[in-house]
Design a protein around this ligand. Sequence first.
Ligand code: HEC
Length: 110
Amino acid sequence: MHHKIITRVSMVLAVLCLFVAAAFAWLVSPAQVALATSSDATSAGAEDMLFVKYCGGCHTQDEMLAILRKDDDLAGNADSMQQFLKRHGKSSDEQDAQIVAALKELAADR
Ligand code: HEC
């Protein structure tokens, strides 16, 4: 039966995806955590850990700060970043808000 084969294949693929995701998290997180704790002693709050967890595998904090500081429009840039994050990354909207708020604070503080 075709149905069964399709179910099998999608289950195998799903399991494979989980393995790859777990391997990725396992490879990435220790280095990112070490980086976050050593690089900036003033920004070790819970929101920064959210950034490390949800974004740190693909982005650096400095990269995000540069985007927020663009055109000297911190509030506008933070708003558009938060909009963008609704369709980007794996964090919830609430976590997005916390991440952007923490980045905004860092971007303002220089
Ligand atoms: C799996 C990898 C991955 C993760 C996780 C991820 N991103 Fe991205 N992000 C990308 C890629 C790829 C792009 C598009 C390429 C680029 O512009 O850097 C991108 C683009 C962006 C951009 C637009 C960059 C620009 O130049 O305008 C922002 C802002 C951004 N990400 C923020 C975040 C934030 C905040 C998080 C955490 C909630 C996050 N990303 C999580 C891969 C990722």
